[in-house]
Ligand binder design. Structure first.
Ligand code: NAD
Ligand code: UDX
Length: 466
């Protein structure tokens, strides 16, 4: 079967870039990306593609090339479902905030709503692709909803989890390490799987397209994120040990990463991993393990989160301790609010938690991030619910100039590894700060020998005072 028309439900960080790449690589496929969020769709359709809702290097140019040719963004969900041969479900699957599994299980209400809408609207056979990250065996529930509430048409379900990382989405999509497609082990299932293999084969080498059964594919996605996050927690655990033993975590990472069995990636100590995926997916893995009665398995993975929470708290506590155990009324500048560089996404950013800790100690915060808006910073702090909206606006300022943000500050904390922080004029910054001038680097991105020579008192994760 040759796919001619694709619909993607969900125009977020995954749906938007993924479908843009499919449209760019498959000129003969019409791709409709639909979403219920009108503001988001309007931004995807903005005549100036620099205003698309997601910042990713190279994405705006790719949207410019394809939008209006074979790539369309719209809120007409029913129409797009009807027209499609293949429907990707790429909606959010956040951690549940209510009921059974609160704080752990994935909330599948948006997935279920999509399934019900597809079932109600579809009048021809469809291949349904799980693009969202889902608990293992979700396809079973999806199939039941589709078959029992549908109009008697056939639905074949595939699992095709997305492995892109934010900040590098375009290059990850263009040159993926692998594409994973899980399908049912039936004749129809194999045909559906082949149809999606054919789509990706337009640009991905065949040997990098892995096919498995649906359950392996669903579980592999949760597990891949858990393994990556585990490496970050492992190196962060070592960073604390380094700080008390005068070992340097960067040197340790280089030494262990040179072992080809370990590998050099994901060994960068930090103030803690953030992003919308790692914590949510591990919590989900823990929940699934517990629900099968596998308590040791659950405890093993939960430790990755415990370590991450510890690292964020430890960094914030270190700032307070260094500033003579009181930050009340002191101005502390946070450089970076996004959860990593080259994205405007702030979900689960370590910066939010460090800020919350410092605000509880009544610090006055000034925030600078190259891509995050003032509105977003306030919304992240308000969402925590620790203090009133008025108080957040009284204690926190968000500025567009890093120099203005650091003027007369007692301390600076680097929370995101944006490249531009390396090339700031640190001599001028030092001169404008209150003395002693403290610099806390949670991402170890700056040249601390140079900064020390200027006069800064530095504290670097995994090295300590230097
Ligand atoms: P997102 O919140 O950025 O986007 C999801 C979109 O779905 C939102 O715009 C929302 O309005 C829309 N939506 C929800 N319900 C809808 C419905 N019934 N009809 C139409 N639109 C609807 O989320 P995301 O970051 O793109 O993540 C989507 C999924 O992909 C999640 O399961 C996530 O775990 C997974 N994932 C994310 C990443 C990542 O880097 N963000 C990477 C791999 C996998
Ligand atoms: C992750 C997975 O990498 C990706 O495959 C999956 O599809 C979605 O989740 P993402 O969250 O976008 O991607 O970014 P990633 O590069 O994995 O970083 C996650 C967090 O870990 C960031 O806060 C990052 O700063 C941190 N990190 C990463 C470290 O602290 N140290 C490292 O060595 C690597």
């Amino acid at each position: 079967m040759s796919i001619k028309n694709i619909c993607c439900i969900g125009a977020g960080y995954v749906g938007g870039p993924t479908m843009t790449m499919i449209a760019a690589q498959c000129a003969d496929i019409i791709v409709n990306v639909v979403d219920i969020n009108e503001k988001r769709i309007a931004a995807w359709n903005d005549s100036n593609t620099d205003n698309i809702p997601i910042y990713e290097p190279g994405l705006s140019e790719l949207v410019k090339k394809t939008r209006g040719k074979n790539l369309f963004f719209s809120t007409e969900v029913d129409q797009a479902i009807q027209d499609a041969d293949m429907i990707f479900i790429s909606v959010n699957t956040p951690t549940k905030t209510y009921g059974v599994g609160k704080g752990m299980a994935a909330d599948l209400k948006y997935i279920e709503l999509c399934a019900r809408q597809i079932a109600a609207v579809a009048t021809t056979d469809k291949i349904i692709v799980e693009k969202s990250t889902l608990p293992v065996r979700t396809a079973e529930a999806l199939k039941r909803i589709l078959d029992n509430t549908g109009n008697g048409v056939n639905f074949d379900i595939l699992s095709n989890p997305e492995f892109l990382a934010e900040g590098t989405a375009v290059s990850d999509l263009l040159n993926p390490d692998r594409v994973l497609i899980g399908g049912e082990e039936t004749d129809r299932g194999r045909l559906a799987q082949q149809a999606l293999v054919d789509v990706y084969s337009n640009w991905v080498p065949k040997e990098q397209i892995l096919t498995t059964n649906v359950w392996s594919s669903e579980l592999s996605k949760l597990t891949a994120n858990a393994f990556l996050a585990q490496r970050v927690s492992s190196i962060n655990a070592l960073s604390e040990l380094c700080e008390v033993t005068e070992a340097d975590v960067n040197e340790v990472a280089r030494a262990i990463g040179a072992d080809s069995r370990i590998g050099s990636k994901f060994l960068k100590a930090s103030v803690g991993f953030g992003g919308s995926c790692f914590q949510k997916d591990i919590l989900n893995l823990v929940y699934i393990s517990k629900s099968y009665g596998l308590h040791e398995v659950a405890d093993y993975w939960e430790q990755v989160i415990i370590m991450n929470d510890h690292q964020k708290r430890r960094f914030a506590r270190k700032i307070v301790q260094t500033l003579f155990n009181t930050v009340s009324g002191k101005k502390i500048t946070l450089l970076g609010w996004a959860f990593k560089k080259d994205t405007n996404d702030t979900r689960e950013s370590a910066a939010i938690y460090v800020a919350d800790y410092l605000l509880s100690e009544q610090a006055e915060l000034v925030i600078y991030d190259p891509k995050v808006t003032e509105e977003q910073v306030y919304s992240d702090l308000d969402y925590l619910g620790t203090r009133s909206e008025g108080e957040n606006r009284r204690l926190v300022k968000v500025l567009n100039s890093p120099y203005e943000a650091m003027d007369k500050a007692h301390a600076i904390a680097v929370l995101t590894e944006w490249d531009e922080f390396k090339t700031l004029n640190w001599n001028d910054i030092f001169d404008s700060m209150l003395k002693p001038a403290f610099l806390f680097d949670g991402r170890s991105v700056l040249d601390h020998k140079k900064l020390n020579a200027i006069g800064f008192d530095n504290y670097v994760i995994g090295k300590g005072p230097c």
